[in-house]
Design a protein around this ligand. Structure first.
Ligand SMILES: [Zn+2]
Length: 328
């Protein structure tokens, strides 16, 4: 575990507020960290947990190097537990909630503050939420829950009302670029990196995933063939997501491909409206000028396909639809 992973850059305001919470000993039973995926919510939750147990706090915050901090950073501290929805489930399973509740009620061997970090709090269904409510409302005195969610609108109201909400904002592009400076798997060219940073929308985690999934390369391959043979271009997309370990990760990869294609279309629109000062996204798109109506229509189709990926749409059909929607 590197220091950078334990201490994500940015979010100084949130970190400052959490320090204040610790200093004034006003930690409540449940916090809900809300913000886009991959921007550092879980890392900061671990830092928060460490700050409450740290043997040698620095200015009221975790030192990052004592035995407590190191065990927490490595994910092996028995008092700091992380839970998440299994990748192959669409909702947070009620059985997992029962395990959490059961573990919360058990007496602990090591004294001190316990923290349970529960990701995917926006994926609870009524059954799992109901199983959780009583413990979330009145956790044992030594236990704090930190729930993580990306979509506030999808958090069940009874969960939301029992938590104090902490909002995380996307990071600035400059900071994301700096964080990712030494990462492997990203394009070497600064222009290509800048493209991905813009599409990552302030999320270093999302940038990392796009690099690992080689999304830019996929889009380049797609654009090479879509005009001549849209179904071959579709096959390119299908092949690119086959590396995903499960259906959910294949969908996640395809969402990023659509995000990059949508960004390219928006840039084409801006350039067709003489808005070149808005920094065109990419030189990879060499299309001729399109009518704005055609571009808008394609953009709507891509948005629609991206949202349909949240349901159980067939991936091959989705890739065909992307290729057919592309304005050639
Ligand atoms: Zn420490």
């Amino acid at each position: 575990m590197t220091d950078a992973m334990f201490r994500p850059k940015g979010h100084d305001e949130v970190r400052g507020w959490l320090k204040h919470v610790i200093r004034t000993q006003r930690a409540s039973g449940g916090y809900l960290f809300i913000g886009p995926g991959g921007i550092g919510k879980s890392s900061l939750a671990l830092e928060f947990a460490a700050a409450m147990r740290c043997a040698a706090p620095v200015e009221g915050w975790s030192c990052g190097s004592c035995n407590e901090c190191l065990r927490i950073a490595r994910g092996v501290h028995p008092s700091v537990r992380s839970f998440a929805k299994p990748a192959d489930k669409s909702a947070f399973p009620v059985e997992l909630v029962r395990d959490i509740v059961d573990e919360a009620s058990r007496k602990h061997l090591e004294p001190g503050q316990r923290t349970f970090i529960v990701a995917d709090a926006d994926r609870f269904n009524d059954s799992s939420a109901n199983a959780f409510l009583k413990t979330l409302e009145e956790p044992p005195a030594d236990l704090i829950f930190v729930l993580l969610a990306e979509n506030l609108a999808q958090v069940i109201p009874t969960i939301l009302s029992r938590c104090q909400t902490v909002r995380f904002s996307p990071l600035k592009d400059e900071l994301v670029t700096e964080i990712a400076r030494d990462w492997e798997g990203l394009p070497v060219s600064p222009d290509s990196r800048a493209v991905l940073v813009r599409v990552a929308q302030g999320s270093p985690g999302r940038l990392r995933q796009m690099g690992e999934a080689k999304v830019l390369e996929t889009v380049r391959e797609f654009l090479k063939s879509v005009e001549r043979d849209p179904f071959h271009a579709s096959d390119t997309l299908v092949a690119s997501v086959q590396g995903g370990s499960d259906n959910e990760s294949k969908r996640a990869q395809l969402r990023e491909v659509i995000a990059l294609l949508s960004a390219a279309l928006r840039d084409r629109m801006l350039s067709s409206m003489d808005c070149d000062d808005m920094k065109p996204l990419t030189r990879t798109v060499q299309g001729e000028a399109q009518t704005t109506d055609r571009l808008v229509s394609s953009l709507h189709s891509l948005d629609d396909l991206r949202s349909r990926l949240d349901s159980n749409v067939n991936l091959k059909l989705c890739c065909d639809a992307i290729a057919l929607a592309w304005p050639v």
